[in-house]
Design a protein around this ligand. Sequence first.
Ligand code: ARG
Length: 277
Amino acid sequence: MDRRSYIKALGASGAALTLAGCTGNGGGDTSTTSSSTTGGTTSSSSGQTAITAGTAPGFKPFEMIQDGELVGFDVDLLEAVVEQADGYTLDGWQQYEFGSLIQSLSTNKIDVIAAGMTITDKRKEQIAFTDSYWEANQSILVRSGSSYQPGSLDDLAGHKVGAQSGTTGETLVQNKIDDGTLQESNYNAYPKYPLAISDLENGNIDAVVIDTPVAKTFVDSRDVTIATTIDTGENYGFGIRKNESDLESALNSGLGSVKDNGTYDDLKVKWFASGDN
Ligand code: ARG
């Protein structure tokens, strides 16, 4: 990199950090933005393309609202990755319900999804993903001290179950409805996982199916415990529109650099107390 582009890159990363510092609306509600450019990539005269990220807070430690600010592993990771991605800058974050992220991407409201989103064949019919940046399984959460201790998805039969709308956790529950194990009326879909956890604590439902790393943070902060873990072997990737091969390769090489230069490991330690998932 020559001196001029080095200074330009410094300036760009400074801007991204400043914007990141003032994201969030305090309530974690949908469709808010701190960015001046709404969706659709914009090329500036410097040749840098500004992209807007979308996420769905309420998924700690990947993305959540803390002191009115959007923070989390995904937020830090994507910002670090874009800093290393040649030709792109991040101009801000928008928040949506998880179940509307793919549509928001497809309609150019955002340019990249960073939301602990599992790479699935079904989603790949609609969007593309970067390389994986995290591996996760699903867990079944129950109330602390509950005598109900499901050891498998089949044990959900006859109980009220919750999951977040549009997630792979919901798909697992849906499969059990489809094969007749669970009654449709026993499934509650929630716009955010924290609401499902509150209903679990209140006794309105008996179990929540949720990604294991996030289940662990609820165990630490709420009156719930992991009954069992289902080995789903999911991989999280950043979601982008199909046919954006420049952005895809820039993000993948950015991800590679962030892994190579130690930033990825630093962020893991920062957001996951034990440094593992
Ligand atoms: N990994 C799961 C999925 O892809 C859940 C992701 C939920 N993410 C969130 N930010 N609420 O469906």
